[in-house]
Design a binder for this molecule. Structure first.
Ligand code: S6P
Ligand code: ZN
Length: 185
């Protein structure tokens, strides 16, 4: 094989930053998270433009393509709305049986799972933690620390996102700070 068949990768990491021409970025601000947190008065006290999380993703095939994979890094800022930690919106996959991996890169947090019967449980996230999210399970992440939480995700390109269910009914439990300790109540 000649060296002309050897090329550089399209993507690489610098620390927990995903670098590459095809990396897409999205942001979620406080105003995008209306109705997610319990304490509405505390929510209104926070500037609506405040950044809550950003996602860098590499989506190499068209959304819905069977057999492909997507890759993303989420950067979730520290903070609380009342006593509830900053968290992602959370979703089921639109193709509900599609699974996903998450893994902790920086900071500390909690991955909160909920099944279709609304049973909720959580796993601690920390640098090096690895989490398998089976199909049929809604997932959301809360930042329980006082620094940025970053985590990786890899999911099927035909998973899609169902945000509606969570927007309407929420999770059956909330992750709140009780005297400095995360509690799922
Ligand atoms: C996609 C994957 C993540 C999330 C990201 C933001 O399936 O689970 O990339 O999109 O962590 O969370 P959310 O719930 O706002 O999509
Ligand atoms: Zn997902």
């Amino acid at each position: 094989m000649s060296t002309s068949n050897i090329i550089n990768p399209a993507l690489f990491f610098a620390d927990d930053n995903l670098i590459g021409d095809k990396v897409e970025k999205s942001v979620r601000r406080m105003k995008d998270l209306k109705g997610i947190f319990q304490d509405e008065a505390a929510f209104l006290q926070i500037q609506e433009e405040k950044l809550v999380y950003e996602v860098s993703s590499f989506l190499p095939v068209k959304e819905g393509t069977p057999g492909g994979l997507y890759f993303g890094i989420t950067y979730l800022y520290p903070g609380k709305v009342g006593d509830e930690y900053f968290m992602t919106k959370g979703h089921f996959h639109a193709n509900i049986d599609r699974a996903e991996f998450y893994w902790g890169l920086k900071g500390e947090g909690m991955l909160i799972f909920m099944d279709e019967q609304r049973k909720v449980w959580a796993e601690r996230m920390f640098p090096g933690s690895l989490h398998y999210i089976p199909g049929g399970i809604a997932h959301r992440v809360a930042n329980t620390g006082n620094q940025m939480l970053s985590f990786g995700a890899c999911w099927p390109s035909d998973a899609g996102h169902n945000y509606e269910e969570i927007a309407q009914n929420g999770f059956a439990c909330r992750l709140v700070d009780r005297n400095g300790v995360p509690n799922l109540i």
